[in-house]
Design a protein around this ligand. Structure first.
Ligand code: AMP
Length: 196
């Protein structure tokens, strides 16, 4: 019954770790970035609106993002817990998530902060751009995404730290090493883990 958030700069490896952690914690992983990308691919109204912001390295407006998460968190499969990857990213999204959770009578158990060095991140994202051809992974856009993260998302760390929810994990190293670090930190907090 775990409810967790995964926060970290673009390129810290959130997506990869989210998939593994959702298995370890036996909860669905919800990635707002993935939901936006699939809407872009399908050419939905939301996708057309979101693409404009994503391709410029900007955040999709809170109104669109919040509506999407609210409806997703009202689906039956998240009643027993969830892992949110890449949401919330702004102070207004924190307030929205608080409100959504208050409505369901649940609260967050832990916020995993995946940290990584900026130069390492730029290198990783450029590599991913070559491999996957993502439109938001050019060097200028990457640098802008990191600025937006620093301005709009880092304040969330203090908000959740004040609530005693933050566990910081170094995102550098192999995928397995990072997963082991995160699961050890969750275990130390008494979060239930399942063998995969
Ligand atoms: P990600 O795959 O998490 O790096 O997200 C890719 C892009 O989707 C971001 O750079 C934003 O443009 C958009 N996005 C994803 N999640 C959010 C969010 N919580 N708030 C605003 N924009 C978001």
């Amino acid at each position: 019954m775990t409810r967790l958030l995964l926060i970290g700069p673009p390129g810290a490896g959130k997506g990869t770790q989210a998939v593994r952690l959702s298995v370890a914690c036996n909860v669905p992983a919800i990635s707002t970035g993935d939901i936006f990308r699939s809407n872009v691919e399908q050419g939905t109204e939301l996708g057309v609106k979101a693409a404009e912001f994503m391709n410029a390295g900007k955040y999709v407006p809170d109104s669109l993002t919040n509506d999407l998460v609210r409806s997703r968190l009202n689906e039956a499969d998240v009643e027993g817990g969830f892992l949110l990857d890449g949401y919330p990213r702004t102070v207004a999204q924190v307030a929205e998530l608080d409100d959504i959770l208050a409505g369901t009578g649940h609260s967050l158990d832990v916020v995993v902060l995946l940290s990584a060095d900026t130069d390492e991140i730029v290198g990783r994202l450029l590599k991913r751009a070559h491999e996957q051809g993502r439109a938001d992974d050019t060097e200028d856009v990457i640098r802008h995404r990191l600025e937006v993260y620093a301005e709009q998302t880092t304040p969330l760390i203090d908000i959740y730290a004040e609530r005693g929810l933050v566990v910081e994990v170094d995102g550098l190293g192999s995928v397995d090493e990072v997963t082991t670090r995160i699961t050890a930190a969750l275990d130390a907090r008494g979060i239930a883990l399942f063998a995969s």
